[in-house]
Design a protein around this ligand. Structure first.
Ligand SMILES: [Zn+2]
Length: 539
């Protein structure tokens, strides 16, 4: 009887709830409902149902499809065997500024949300925490020091520990502050080493492998002098590349940045002059140091036609940074600008001549620059080129003896937002919801961005449909006006394939990555095998 009364009272309260008019009522329950609906709106029927798209996915409507996919995934994981071979070769790819949102956008741009980038097919992945010793949100110098050298340090400092304050002329001269890089460990073990980037070869990310400076901006002697330091005491990054104990031993150096290696009196192959102020031409000094089979190339054709006996190459394809891939397509400069994939292939072909193996660093350096300008198409375009380079490397090198690790240095503020329909153009507007100002909004937005963007007028937000977002250089919307869009502090992905790839899992300090690579390749001063490790649970 009591149970029956309870049921009746419950039913009445349900009827009461249904009858409550939430349009007029301000009850807690109504407020919760309206907040919940605002957070997770019931969307209109899509303009174009994904099943009606030319490349639609009707099979996704069945349970079997998803269950079979899941079962296959379980099987793949259960059958996976740990690869504990020694890594003869290590290739370390860094997508500068390649946030998780960049990866997801690149998948859609490649053809659909369900696509996988080449390195997303790798068997092991994890996350890297990117903060630096004095920075919640990092730059490419302190992160480069972490992932090349295994030591976290101060914002904008390079190849030195955190005892060196940013811009201190004297502190970084003390060799006890210097950190050792993966390239040094590989060279000391008799392997070859090389760097490839789409930025200047003296930019923070590659330079963390061979330079030790208190300021990443010191790419040439003129900048050192302008910073108030004496370039005769503080060796600039370009000189450390050509003369330094690691830089001078690199077999492959490819990217942009000729101007940092040449005096201002020396003309550049493509116009303009160098930036140096010491009368030096470090390119010809490198080429004419008496070692055999060295080649300097400055354009794509020369790179693709390197003589087969080439043992060392300095490829500098721009005076400054290399062009964005989409920019070179539009400007039809493909004859002078090799792609990241072409540089990677060429680098591996030269480095693999060493029977002891090699270490290669490859950077998709301008994903970061695209984001800084809020040029989302340029950033994602660079990420796709990065994915192609990794695919090529994995094809060229056996999983049996070659470890490939892919990560990023830091994130960016771009987000993927709204509730767009499956398959909607990721570079377009969210197609199912309208903003409170009555206008559509873009799916890709930045938390902050450069003030020269025209996303706001004095009367408020500009209707995105009146702006051309179709160009590689289109500026995407942002919230806070700054000089440039900033980095972001969220974690970045780590993806690994080959010997000891299973070590690259979980959430890691960014500075752990090189120590894991060193273990896999038996290089460096850390543990090289299980005998060197305290085994808590020996098996
Ligand atoms: Zn940046």
């Amino acid at each position: 009887m009591l149970r029956c009364l309870c049921l009746i009272s419950l039913a009445l309260s349900c009827i009461g709830a249904v009858l409550e008019n939430c349009d007029r009522s301000q009850s807690d329950r109504c407020r919760r409902i309206s907040q919940e609906e605002a957070m997770h709106p019931r969307l209109n029927v899509p303009k174009v149902s994904f099943t009606n798209r030319a490349s639609g996915y009707p099979h996704e409507k069945t349970s079997d499809y998803w269950i079979n996919l899941g079962h296959q995934h379980v099987e793949v994981k259960i059958n996976r065997r740990l690869n504990t071979n020694r890594a003869k070769n290590v290739v370390f790819f860094i997508g500068d500024g390649m946030s998780i949102a960049t990866l997801a956008s690149a998948r859609v741009a490649l053809g659909g949300e369900e696509k996988e980038l080449s390195f997303e097919k790798f068997p092991y992945s994890g996350l890297s925490k990117t903060y630096c010793v004095d920075a919640q949100v990092a730059d490419s110098a302190c992160t480069g020091t972490a992932y090349w050298n295994g030591v976290k340090t101060n914002y904008m400092t390079l190849g030195v520990n955190a005892q060196v304050p940013l811009g201190d002329c004297e502190a970084a001269l003390d060799p006890t502050t210097h950190t050792e890089s993966l390239a040094k460990w590989a060279l000391d073990a008799g392997k070859s080493a090389g760097i490839v980037t789409t930025t200047t070869v003296t930019h923070a990310s590659p330079a963390a492998g061979y330079a030790h400076v208190a300021d990443r901006m010191w790419e040439n002697d003129s900048i050192v002098r302008k910073s108030g330091c004496d370039p005769n005491e503080v060796t600039d990054i370009a000189r450390q590349l050509i003369e330094g104990p690691v830089g001078s031993r690199l077999s492959v150096v490819m990217g942009g940045g000729r101007a940092h290696l040449r005096d201002s009196s020396i003309p550049d192959e493509e116009g303009g002059f160098g930036f140096r102020n010491d009368s030096r031409d470090l390119i010809s000094e490198w080429l004419n140091d008496g070692q055999p089979n060295k080649r300097y190339v400055w354009n794509r054709n020369d790179l693709l036609n390197l003589p087969s006996n080439t043992e060392q190459v300095l490829g500098l394809f721009e005076s400054g940074d290399m062009q964005f891939y989409l920019e070179s397509q539009e400007r039809q400069t493909q004859d002078t600008e090799p792609t990241l994939e072409e540089m990677t292939r060429s680098a591996i072909n030269i480095l693999k001549k060493n029977e002891n193996g090699f270490f290669l660093f490859v950077e998709g350096g301008r994903i970061d620059h695209g984001h800084h300008y809020t040029m989302a198409r340029a950033a994602v375009g660079e990420a796709i080129e990065f994915h192609k380079a990794i695919e090529a490397a994995r094809q060229l090198l056996s999983e049996d003896d070659s470890l490939i690790v892919v990560s990023s240095d830091h994130s960016h503020t771009m987000s993927i937002s709204g509730y767009p329909t499956r398959g909607n153009d990721i570079f377009g507007t969210s197609d199912r919801t309208i903003a409170k100002d009555g206008m559509p909004y873009m799916i890709l937005n930045y938390a902050n961005g450069p003030i020269q963007s025209n996303q706001y007028s004095t009367s408020g937000r500009v209707n995105p449909e009146s702006t051309d977002f179709s160009k590689w250089s289109s500026l995407y919307p942002f919230h806070v006006p700054l000089d440039m869009e900033t980095h972001a502090g969220d974690d970045v992905g780590v993806f690994a394939s080959g010997p000891y790839a299973h070590l690259f899992t979980g959430t890691m300090e960014q500075s752990h990555l090189p120590h894991l690579m060193a273990y896999a390749a038996s290089i460096g001063n850390g543990p090289h095998n299980k005998k060197d490790v305290v085994l808590l649970n020996p098996t």
